[in-house]
Unconditional design. Structure first.
Length: 223
C-alpha cells in the first residue's frame, strides 16, 4: 500500500523530518525522525521554518548546537540585513538571569504553524495514524511582553507552571541536544507534548480538551 502524507490524505512523495532538518546543525543529522509527506506538507524549504528556527536558536541560554545554527544564520543575515531586521524587529535590551540580552516580539502565527506541523508529524510517528484535530500551542520559554519590558504582572505565569508540572514520558530521540520531547496521555485520547529545543526552549502542544482532577474539564486558552 502506498504511504499517505502524515497530515492529509494525499499520497506521500517524500519524507518530512520532525522537527525539520534545518533545526539540526551538521554533525547532528543522523537517524532523524522522518514521516511520509506530500509535497505541500513537506516544510523542507519553508521560510516559516527558517524564521522559527532562527527565533528558537537565538534564545538566551540555548546550547552549543544552537550556537552552530546561529553561526550559519549570522552568515545569511550578513547577506540579507533585511532578513535580520525582520526576524529581530523591535529588538530591545532586557536583563535575563542577571545578564543583558535582547528581547523581540515573536510572530506567533508563524511559530504556531511550524510547531503544529512538528506535533502532527510526531503524532503520526508515535501512533501510526493522523491526528485529525488541531493543536493548541503554548511556549513557556517566551516571555510576556508587558512583564519583559515594563515589569508588569505576567498573566501567563500560573499557566507556565501548570503545564510544566505534568509527568511527561520521555520519548526516544536521535539528537537530544537539538530536540527532545515528552508525552502525556490524558483521558479520551487527548495528549500533551512537551518539546524542548537546544536544551532550553520549551514549547507545549496539546489536543483540544484537557481534564484535570479535581478540576472539571477546562478550556485552555490558546495563545
Ligand atoms: Zn499532505
Amino acid at each position: 500500500m502506498e504511504d499517505e502524507c502524515y497530515m492529509c490524505d494525499a499520497a506521500a512523495t517524500s519524507k518530512e523530518h520532525a522537527p525539520p532538518e534545518s533545526f539540526y546543525p551538521k554533525g547532528y543529522r543522523s537517524n532523524l525522525i522522518k514521516v511520509p509527506s506530500c509535497a505541500e506538507h513537506n516544510e523542507a524549504n519553508s521560510k516559516d521554518v527558517e524564521y522559527v528556527r532562527n527565533v528558537i536558536s537565538t534564545q538566551h541560554g540555548t546550547n552549543g548546537a544552537a550556537a552552530r545554527i546561529f553561526e550559519k544564520t549570522k552568515r545569511s543575515f550578513d547577506h540579507s540585513p533585511k532578513l535580520a531586521a525582520r526576524t529581530f524587529r523591535d529588538l530591545k535590551p532586557v536583563m535575563v538571569e542577571g545578564v543583558e540580552t535582547g528581547a523581540f516580539p515573536v510572530d506567533l502565527a508563524r511559530h504556531k504553524r511550524v510547531i503544529a506541523a512538528i506535533a502532527y508529524a510526531l503524532y503520526f510517528h508515535n501512533y501510526r495514524k493522523k491526528h485529525r484535530g488541531d493543536w493548541r500551542i503554548f511556549t513557556p520559554s517566551f516571555g510576556y511582553a508587558g512583564s519583559v519590558h515594563r515589569g508588569e504582572f505576567d498573566p501567563w505565569e500560573w499557566f507556565r507552571g501548570y503545564v510544566e508540572s505534568g509527568q511527561y514520558k520521555p520519548m526516544p530521540v536521535p539528537q537530544p541536544e537539538v530536540f527532545r520531547y515528552g508525552l502525556l496521555e490524558m483521558e479520551q485520547g487527548q495528549i500533551i507534548y512537551r518539546f524542548e529545543f537546544y536544551e532550553r526552549v520549551v514549547v507545549m502542544a496539546w489536543t483540544r480538551f484537557m481534564t484535570f482532577a479535581p478540576l472539571a474539564t477546562i478550556w485552555l486558552p490558546g495563545r
